[in-house]
Design a protein around this ligand. Structure first.
Ligand SMILES: Cc1cc2nc3c(=O)[nH]c(=O)nc-3n(C[C@H](O)[C@H](O)[C@H](O)COP(=O)(O)OP(=O)(O)OC[C@H]3O[C@@H](n4cnc5c(N)ncnc54)[C@H](O)[C@@H]3O)c2cc1C
Length: 393
């Protein structure tokens, strides 16, 4: 393979796809780039869709005012359907490549029932949903995850009667565990949102849902927000190894030479955590393309981030840094009823993750401790009067 491929195809025109093009040009790559994007719109930002956009504060989240200066061909409204030997096929054409970047992101999981289920993933979903969230409308959200919580916040602010139905015993249980997730449950009632925990859903219809165990919940607007899955079904007949997304190594290389993956669809090998990680975080889609572009243009740059994401819900800013799956203890920092608090996960004596509510400094200091792998003193971690960085032994 040459150090500077002549033709790069990027499948997926979201944040990770766009950033890949920007970073390639930033690295001086002058060859051909073709971006195949299933959505008709130019790349746009998703995080505001459940926040400022849903609240009515913004209408446009386009990421780059003009794409022309990138000198790439954007094939929008076109979906990659198959991957052959050095060629991507869509419903319209075949695109030969020297290198392929898979950046097809993630798509929402549907529940049994109505085929016309509403989700909140695209800006078209967001436009339609916002128009339906009129004062007094009964909104039922299935799932008290990040999107469910943010949507409930915005809808309550728009004067809707909001019910969130969650199968687990706590909000955010899948993302941050039931113990920490439970600390966010009181926020729902404070905002006038009805939260049903431990309540599985049998099926959804256009006008409501059937509760497992019996019962019906009527809705004017119903949104399924039970998570997403990597959008990689189009690769199932290819030689690319799939393992909760496209399995890539620490250089973002897939199992097939010349093929790479980045963003929500990529399950990358984390040297730091010693396992494969797939994040669904804006920060990953933003930053990973820098390492990817270096590797596409002949370099060898490891992608080994401390994952980071944030959420804005019920008037609070939540930030999370790290990966708590290898943790064996949890240390609370500050009274959890207080407006600001943090939860810190430790693996042995090492800090591996922090969730902070209204404490950005704990996030930046926690990130540095996680990066350094330093041992920390749990008693000092637990004391909010001591800066987190001073908990290092
Ligand atoms: C409402 C909402 C709020 C969010 N809020 C936050 C937040 O507060 N904090 C945070 O960290 N993260 C947040 N996220 C997550 C963040 O937006 C994602 O991590 C990020 O968008 C991932 O970018 P991506 O480019 O990898 O994937 P995507 O944004 O999913 O883009 C992938 C693109 O590829 C297209 N595509 C899929 N299949 C094909 C195909 N076969 N051929 C061609 N194109 C294809 C898709 O249509 C899509 O346009 C939020 C997401 C949503 C939906």
């Amino acid at each position: 393979m040459t150090a500077s491929p002549a033709r790069i195809v990027v499948a997926g025109g979201g944040l990770a796809g766009l950033r890949t093009v920007e970073e390639l040009r930033g690295h001086g790559y002058a060859g051909e780039i073709t971006v195949i994007g299933a959505e008709r719109r130019p790349p746009y930002d998703r995080p505001p869709l459940s926040k400022q956009f849903m609240a009515g504060a913004v209408d446009d989240t386009t990421l780059r005012a003009e794409l022309g200066s990138l000198g790439a061909e954007f094939r929008l409204g076109e979906r990659a359907e198959r991957l052959g030997d050095g060629v991507v096929g869509t419903d319209r054409a075949e695109y030969p490549f020297d290198r392929l970047v898979i950046a097809t992101g993630a798509r929402p999981v549907a529940l049994p029932g109505s085929a016309r289920q509403r989700f909140l993933r695209t800006i078209d979903d967001a436009f339609a949903l916002r128009a339906a969230l009129v004062p007094g409308a009964r909104l039922v959200v299935v799932g008290a995850g990040w999107i469910g919580a943010e949507l409930a916040t915005a809808a309550a602010g728009r004067g809707c009667a909001v019910t969130v139905v969650e199968a687990a015993g706590a909000p955010l249980a899948g993302a941050i565990g039931a113990e920490v997730g439970a600390l966010t449950a009181p926020w729902y009632a404070e905002a006038g949102v009805d939260l049903m925990l431990g309540q599985a859903v049998d099926s959804v219809a256009d006008d409501g849902l059937a509760l497992a165990g019996g019962g019906w919940l009527t809705a004017d607007v119903l949104v399924t927000a039970v998570g997403v899955r990597p959008d990689v079904a189009w690769l199932e007949s290819s030689a690319v190894k799939l393992e909760n997304g496209v399995a890539v190594d620490e250089y973002l290389r897939a199992s097939v030479p010349g093929v790479y993956a980045v963003g929500d669809c990529a399950a990358f090998w984390s040297c730091r955590f010693g396992r494969r990680i797939r994040t669904e975080h804006w920060d990953g889609a933003l930053r990973a393309p820098a390492a990817l572009a270096a590797n596409l243009t002949g370099g060898e740059q490891r992608y080994d981030p401390v994952p980071y994401f944030w959420s804005e819900q019920f008037g609070r800013m939540l930030q999370y840094v790290g990966d708590h799956r290898g943790a064996n203890s949890l240390v609370r920092r500050g009274a959890t009823g207080a407006p600001r608090w943090a939860a810190c996960w430790l693996a042995g004596e090492r800090l591996v993750a922090v969730l902070a509510v209204g404490l950005p400094r704990d996030i930046s200091q926690g990130r540095r401790l996680i990066e350094s792998g330093a041992a920390v003193d749990p008693a000092r971690v637990a004391d909010p009067a001591i800066p987190l960085r001073d908990s290092a032994r």
